[in-house]
Ligand binder design. Structure first.
Ligand code: ADP
Length: 300
């Protein structure tokens, strides 16, 4: 089995339900509180490990109770955490999330230690890239660190996967080192600077990135499934119909499904069909890491 390295974010989500959002200067009583491990990097690493992959993670948490708990949680999920550093004098990445009765949310993200995942820190951990086969990145650490990690990974002959989330424009020097890009429609629009509202627009936007050096793209389309595109081909996959209760981490579990099947030497179409099943289970459950399924929960 190939080894997967995830370089990315680790957060604690602090979620409070409220009847209605507090206005400026107002105090409201919460209707329940939950502390849920998150961060796209950690979510994807956990999802892959629960699907049976051999996963190592590079990232940072702060020297506080959240940081220690998050690192321990990743270890308990069988992830190699020797590349996760506890940084002194900075807080762990925190998302403060308020959800009202109509399911509207407001979110404050403190990047904290995630922003200290610098180029130099990646260089210090280069042996983790050397011993991996597949390197997976997102955009919740500094962009120059993502660019640097992709450059090194390609130089060392690794297969690179980028989930360009949260959505933002990306430079060509990042794009050219990506083997597999997995954006949703919004992310595709921002990166390609083109509209991607229907299948023909998605195809044109994805083609423009393939011309810039990305080998393959999977565009996830929520309940409409996904499209897999590359030089001279385009294939649509339908989602599985389920009663969705919370789509948080749908994309994270989808990417984990693809990466873990590729790590097992499976072809891309099988990997996408598997990932679609994994994501369909995730959306039937609440929360981020709490919703990520184990391999024995997927009907093969
Ligand atoms: P992201 O969370 O990154 O925006 P998407 O919402 O596009 O990602 O979802 C990723 C994948 O999860 C989709 O390609 C699909 O397979 C699955 N998925 C998402 N929403 C649903 C849903 N309502 N029902 C079934 N599957 C879903």
């Amino acid at each position: 089995m190939s080894k997967i390295l995830v370089i990315g974010s680790i957060n604690m989500d602090l979620v409070s339900k409220v009847e209605s959002m507090p206005q400026v200067g107002e105090t409201v009583l919460g209707k329940g509180f939950a502390q849920i491990p998150g961060g796209k990097g950690a979510n994807q690493a956990v999802a892959m490990s629960r699907l049976g992959a051999d996963v190592t993670m590079i990232g940072k948490v702060g020297d506080d109770a959240f940081g220690r708990e998050l690192k321990k949680g990743l270890e308990n999920d069988n992830i190699d955490t020797t590349g996760i550093h506890i940084e002194n004098g900075i807080s762990t990445g925190i998302a403060i999330i308020t959800v009202d009765e109509s399911a509207n949310n407001s979110i404050i993200v403190n990047l904290g230690a995630n922003f200290s995942v610098t180029k130099e820190f990646i260089d210090e951990n280069i042996e983790k890239i050397e011993s991996a086969d597949i390197v997976v990145l997102q955009l919740e650490i500094p962009e120059e660190s993502v660019r640097h990690a992709l450059e090194i990974s390609k130089r060392l002959g690794k297969y690179t996967i980028l989930n360009p989330a949260p959505a933002r424009p990306l430079g060509d020097e990042i794009i050219k080192n990506v083997d597999l890009l997995v954006p949703n429609e919004t992310e595709l629009e921002l990166i390609s600077k083109m509209s991607a509202k229907d299948e023909s627009e998605v195809k044109l936007a994805a083609d423009s990135l393939i011309q810039k050096g990305i080998k393959e793209i999977i565009v996830t389309l929520g309940e409409n499934g996904c499209m897999h595109l590359g030089e001279g081909f385009c294939r649509k996959y339908d989602a599985i119909k389920v009663e969705a209760v919370d789509t948080t981490a749908a994309g994270d579990s989808f990417i984990a499904g693809v990466a873990s099947y590729i790590a097992n030497g499976k072809a891309m179409d099988e990997a996408i069909e598997f990932a679609t099943k994994v994501a369909s289970v995730t959306v039937t459950r609440e929360g981020a890491q709490s919703s990520l399924p184990h391999i024995n929960e997927i009907e093969l």
